[in-house]
Design a protein around this ligand. Structure first.
Ligand SMILES: Nc1ncnc2c1ncn2[C@@H]1O[C@H](COP(=O)(O)OP(=O)(O)OP(=O)(O)O)[C@@H](O)[C@H]1O
Ligand SMILES: [Mg+2]
Length: 274
């Protein structure tokens, strides 16, 4: 069997606390190939810390250990700072929840979309511009030229999120980690962006790790789902098998689809009994 794109074995992450330390990710193992895998769980279950560990972007106070953390055959646990730079430049991309915090308001969109090309390739400025315009149109922006020359403040939330995706994909990463990439958007736009991510994943032959708290929603776009709870992977299965999940917790999450009435509120936290 060929090596998956990403292999994670016994990853643990702890933070110092008054009681000594608290383990927020507790020995999880999983892999991601060229497929869409959803990582789902309630708030605080450790999803974002898992995603950030794969990018080498944990807070300084975090203590991390893993038996194996490998991307595309490279051992991430012994990577140098310049090795991380190379991986972040064209190996793994990360999309965060809110483009407002990820796009720099002082620079035009074009420059920000091209940044990875500037840092990690030797393309000329006209080649960079051509690639950026192509990517802006691939992410479904109707007028790429206009968006290219705009400042982020001139964009709607959905356009901003598409620009973020374009900036992340321009250097063709092999793996994209999308941490709640649509939670700042309205429902209709969420589905548009998830559809786009799914089709770009197939078109570019990438792997996508899709982090979310909405199991019902992401299962429509993911090949597989992993359900995370209290720092563990409680359950995992093909999306198609979710409706007859054995774990009571998975079934409860499956039933707890956020509605318009609960939008923006936290999901219920279930008791510890299985
Ligand atoms: N810098 C930090 N110091 C101490 N604890 C932290 C820090 N960052 C996160 N944590 C704790 O780690 C745990 C996991 O956090 P994480 O952000 O991974 O959760 P999550 O599953 O992404 O939740 P959400 O759905 O709310 O985004 C939480 O209990 C959180 O309080
Ligand atoms: Mg999170």
């Amino acid at each position: 069997m060929t090596e998956p794109l990403l292999s994670v074995e016994e990853l643990s992450i702890s933070f110092p606390s008054v009681a000594g330390s608290v383990r927020v990710v507790d020995g999880i193992s999983f892999s991601v190939g060229r497929e869409v895998v959803a990582l789902v769980g309630e708030s605080g279950s450790g999803k974002s810390m898992t995603g950030r560990a794969i990018m080498g972007l944990l807070p300084r106070s975090a203590a991390v250990s893993a038996k194996r953390l490998a991307f595309d055959g490279q051992d991430l646990t012994t990577l140098s700072p310049s090795g991380w730079n190379a991986i972040r430049g064209d190996g793994i991309g990360l999309i965060l929840q809110d483009p407002k915090y990820s796009l720099n308001p002082a620079h035009k969109v074009g420059r920000q979309v091209e940044e990875a090309l500037l840092l990690h390739t030797r393309l000329s400025s006209s080649e960079r511009r051509e690639r950026a315009l192509d990517m802006l149109s691939r992410v479904g922006l109707a007028d790429p030229m206009r968006v290219y020359g705009s400042y982020p403040a001139a964009l709607s939330g959905g356009m901003g999120q598409r620009v973020m995706i374009a900036a992340m994909l321009i250097n063709r990463p092999k793996l994209l980690i999308a941490d709640e990439p649509t939670s700042a958007l309205d429902r209709n736009l969420q589905d548009q962006i998830l559809t786009l991510l799914r089709s770009l994943t197939e078109e570019l032959g990438m792997g996508l790790l899709l982090i979310s708290h909405d199991l019902q929603q992401v299962s429509r776009y993911a090949d597989r789902v992993m359900v995370m709870r209290h720092g563990h992977i409680e359950d995992q299965m093909a999306s198609a098998d979710l409706s007859h999940a054995k774990s009571a917790y998975t079934r409860a999450l499956w039933a707890a689809r956020p509605s318009a009435a609960t939008y923006g509120t936290q999901l219920p936290v279930y008791g510890d009994e299985p």
